[in-house]
Design a protein around this ligand. Sequence first.
Ligand code: NAD
Length: 261
Amino acid sequence: MNDRPVSLVTGAGRGIGRGIALELARLGHAVVINYAGNMDAALECLQLVREAGGDGITVRADVSSTEDRERLVDETLGAYGRIDLLVNNAGVAPSVRDDLLEAGEESFDRLININLKGPYFLTQRVARRMIRQVQSGDVKAFGSPRIVTISSISAYTASVNRGDYCVAKAGLAMMTRLFAARLAEFGINVYEIRPGVIATDMTAGVKEKYDTLIAQGAWPIRRWGEPSDIGRAVAAIARGDFPYSTGEVINVDGGFHLRTL
Ligand code: NAD
């Protein structure tokens, strides 16, 4: 019998998703570690989750696939019978950073499918289940269920060499507002976390560029963000520290969003 709150974190094998899984583990959660292909990384994450005081399972599923999303939710419910927190984290950068005037439809479709359509319909599916949970009075382990989506400063920052990524992330910002508005009557709060530049495999290829920008003071807190910075923000939401906030954006970006003069 599981008496832990249950969190489903997409793309949790490595990077920011792993950082989130570990902070939730410190709160004692059972974490469903979704991964796309790298089973070793997911199993390593599960081991770390257990060492940090949590428990969990790994589930391979491509969030851009309808069948995989269904199976992801089914396997979560099969293991634990409930979902208290959904964290939409899985995402990809464009394989090549092409100029806005040249970039093709293939990359656009890939980015929209994985970064926007996947989380949109996963959220829809999970939200329906959460509503049933609330309506049956099954909220004792955690309080009302919650949903968090990891977007990006790219939701509002125009990078003309990855328009597809920016458009997908801007879509996630509206997705958060939509589900927040729709789910409030059920007590289900919905949040968007906007990371700045975080040290993961995704940014490893542009490390020198960002090292230089940081040294030049491109954002006020002069360091790279770490996956744990995002994990700790998710943990604050998981603890229920924002009960009267929904549709809220939490910038975890070293102050990147400030306009300074
Ligand atoms: P990452 O590449 O290290 O990790 C992404 C994870 O998502 C990987 O585990 C990958 O396997 C998984 N994934 C990719 N496609 C998937 C799919 N179709 N189905 C399921 N899982 C899939 O990158 P990261 O930096 O940890 O990024 C995590 C999230 O944070 C992404 O949504 C990214 O856009 C966002 N983000 C990252 C940064 C940054 O600077 N690193 C900044 C802002 C936002």
